[in-house]
Write a protein that binds this ligand. Structure first.
Ligand SMILES: Cc1cc2nc3c(=O)[nH]c(=O)nc-3n(C[C@H](O)[C@H](O)[C@H](O)COP(=O)(O)OP(=O)(O)OC[C@H]3O[C@@H](n4cnc5c(N)ncnc54)[C@H](O)[C@@H]3O)c2cc1C
Length: 572
């Protein structure tokens, strides 16, 4: 039996009005099931539109460069055989960004775009705005650009984590016949390496600002109106700056726990990164990413570490199967990991900081205590209220264009909400700069990846298995254990795990996680797959280089397809 059917553009994610860049068949031609009828192109990718039925093309209804969206009829086909089940419905469209109303500057403006804060969010916004032809002033209260990330966050911690990982890896080689003896640690040299790494990047930022003619003003900014800030430039001097648009990227600060004494042996992440000394006994309060990264560094340098976490789990938000792999691998590092536990008192004494936990009668004494119990946004104290901007518990609420309730004032990065991560701040900075420069832009990323750069690394992106269960969302989960990866075995990393999570209805990948060395470097592929709406065949049929750890992503997708030949056959 044959029938004439209309062929429509299937679900192509959030894309609308994408141009046809190739017409692959013409009227009268016979087409096979899944043969490409035409190719469309979005700003992110080209997509083949396949024929959902075999048959003869009666008519092609689109022309080159014509714009199509999901549902547009592109061809009429005299179809043979049975129809296959209908494709899942297209997901709801992302909300369209609001149009960009022109700012209304009051009085003289010194710049088009004024950016407060020179961290990853702020400098990225400033540089992008300058690249778009805007006159930009960037105000930073610290002597160097780079914010928390470059100066006292991502970069110095990774310099130290690199040293920690190589030190421990070298020690493990003894099992394979190569021994180096116990490491000898020169803290001054290690500090110098960390400092040089940071300086190289922050100096580079100063240069890039000059090359873009971004004026950098040193001082603390405060709004004195909707189009003006005052900058305390030191010793009582102040400068007022008028602007057309402002991008506020003032970041966040560590939370200080009130029960801890003021003592040099009680530090936050900034103090810990200074490497004051290597303690014999370290207490880390907070079992999140930052706390565990610093625990890894100090443990590699020789400290014994206890971790206290108030929540029922460390690394809250990560699937437990991955954390279990991590915990087993880190058993040597910790004397105790106490979850659901709370510090209730702490006292400084000659032998150290004596800490009492709730429900534990015996206090313990530590040489160093790291408080790593979260970060608080810096939204208070910027005078935002004077500019009419809403601030909620230090955060500044924004829309998809990073606008605050005052349309020509934008907020980005840690200040604009969780997750407090540098790559999110950069992405938001670009969006805000583009919108401020009059471009049509919006934050439309589906996922923001997270990585704990511990040993081993844990990296995750998109939906977790636990979130899917909590939402009652049907998913299929595919795991590839690294015990079946040649490269992982050769690298002594056979304990690792790669996991992909697929929406059961659409079959698209919606999440993924990896535990093992270089997990963070590999996670980008899963993030891209999610953004592109890839399914298991897209990932599993992509040829990954062999032997690599990255192969485990392809193999996890093969597990989902039931075609993995690197694992025992599925039980029938
Ligand atoms: C130890 C540690 C490790 C981290 N590791 C990672 C990691 O590996 N990956 C990751 O993605 N994220 C990491 N983060 C988080 C990351 O550093 C932040 O998410 C990121 O720096 C936020 O960028 P931002 O531009 O919003 O703000 P910030 O980097 O906080 O910059 C804000 C800037 O604004 C300036 N400022 C504030 N108020 C004023 C004012 N009134 N006037 C003038 N200037 C002002 C501040 O001095 C600061 O320079 C880490 C954080 C820490 C603490």
């Amino acid at each position: 039996m044959s029938e004439i059917i209309d062929i429509r553009v299937p679900d192509i994610g959030d894309y609308r009005d994408v141009p046809v860049i190739e017409i692959s068949v013409s009227a009268g031609e016979t087409v096979a099931l899944d043969q490409t009828l035409c190719v469309v192109e979005s700003d992110k990718a080209t997509m083949d539109i396949p024929s959902p039925r075999a048959g003869r093309v009666v008519e092609m209804l689109i022309g080159l460069n014509e714009k199509v969206s999901a549902g547009t009829v592109i061809a009429r086909i005299e179809a043979e055989g049975d129809a296959r089940p209908a494709a899942p419905e297209a997901p709801k469209e992302a909300p369209a960004p609001t149009p960009a109303p022109a700012p209304a500057p009051a009085g003289k403006t010194d710049c088009d775009v004024m950016v407060i804060g020179g961290g990853p969010g702020g400098y990225s916004a400033a540089f992008r705005a300058a690249d778009l032809g805007q006159r930009v002033i960037l105000v930073e209260r610290e002597p160097t650009l780079g914010g928390v990330c470059l100066n006292v966050g991502c970069i110095p911690s990774k310099a130290l984590l690199h040293v920690a990982a190589v030190t421990e890896e070298a020690q493990r080689l003894a099992d394979h016949g190569v021994s180096f003896g116990a490491p000898s640690i020169d803290l001054d040299k290690l500090r110098a390496f960390k400092g040089a790494t940071v300086r190289r990047l922050t100096d580079g930022l100063g240069q890039m600002a000059r090359l873009r003619k971004v004026e950098v003003v040193r001082g603390t900014a405060r709004f004195v109106g909707a189009n003006r800030i005052a900058v305390e430039t030191g010793e009582g001097a102040a400068r007022e700056i008028g602007f057309a648009s402002a991008i506020v990227a003032a970041g966040s600060s560590p939370v200080a726990l009130p029960m801890l004494p003021k003592d040099p042996r009680v530090v936050d992440s900034t103090g810990a990164l200074e490497l004051p000394f290597v303690p014999k006994r370290l207490l880390v309060i907070g079992g999140g990413i930052i706390g565990l990264e610093m625990a890894t560094v100090y443990s590699a340098l020789g400290a014994r570490v206890d971790v206290v976490e108030r929540l029922p789990h460390i690394l809250d938000g990560v699937d437990r199967d991955l954390v279990e792999v991590w915990t087993k691998r880190n058993a040597h590092r910790f004397d105790r990991i106490l979850t659901g536990a709370e510090v209730v008192a702490a006292e400084a004494g000659p032998d150290g900081i004596t800490v009492t936990l709730k429900d534990e009668p015996d206090p313990r004494t530590y040489d160093l205590v790291l408080q790593s119990a979260g970060r608080r946004p810096n939204g208070d104290g910027l005078g935002l209220v004077e500019a009419g901007v809403n601030v909620e518990r230090g955060f500044v609420p924004v829309d998809a264009q990073m606008r605050t309730n005052v349309p020509h004032i934008f907020a980005i990065g840690d200040l604009a909400g969780a997750p407090m991560l540098a790559h999110k701040a950069v992405h938001e900075g670009h969006v805000a700069a583009e919108v401020a420069a009059g471009h049509r832009a919006g934050f439309d990323a589906s996922v923001i990846p997270s990585v704990a750069y511990t040993d081993p690394e844990i990296a995750w992106v998109g939906l977790t298995e636990a979130q899917a269960a909590a939402q009652g969302r049907p998913v299929d989960v595919a795991r590839f254990p690294w015990g079946a990866s040649g490269r992982a075995i050769a690298n002594g990393a056979d304990y690792g795990l790669t996991k992909l999570i697929f929406d059961r209805e659409t079959q698209r990948v919606v999440g993924g996680a990896i535990v093992g060395p270089s997990a963070g470097d590999m996670l980008g592929e899963i993030g891209l797959a999610i953004e592109m709406g890839a399914d298991a065949a897209d990932i599993g049929r992509t040829i990954h280089p062999h032997p690599t750890l990255g192969e485990t992503i392809g193999m996890a997708a093969e597990v989902s397809l039931g075609i993995c030949t690197d694992l025992p056959p599925r039980r029938r």
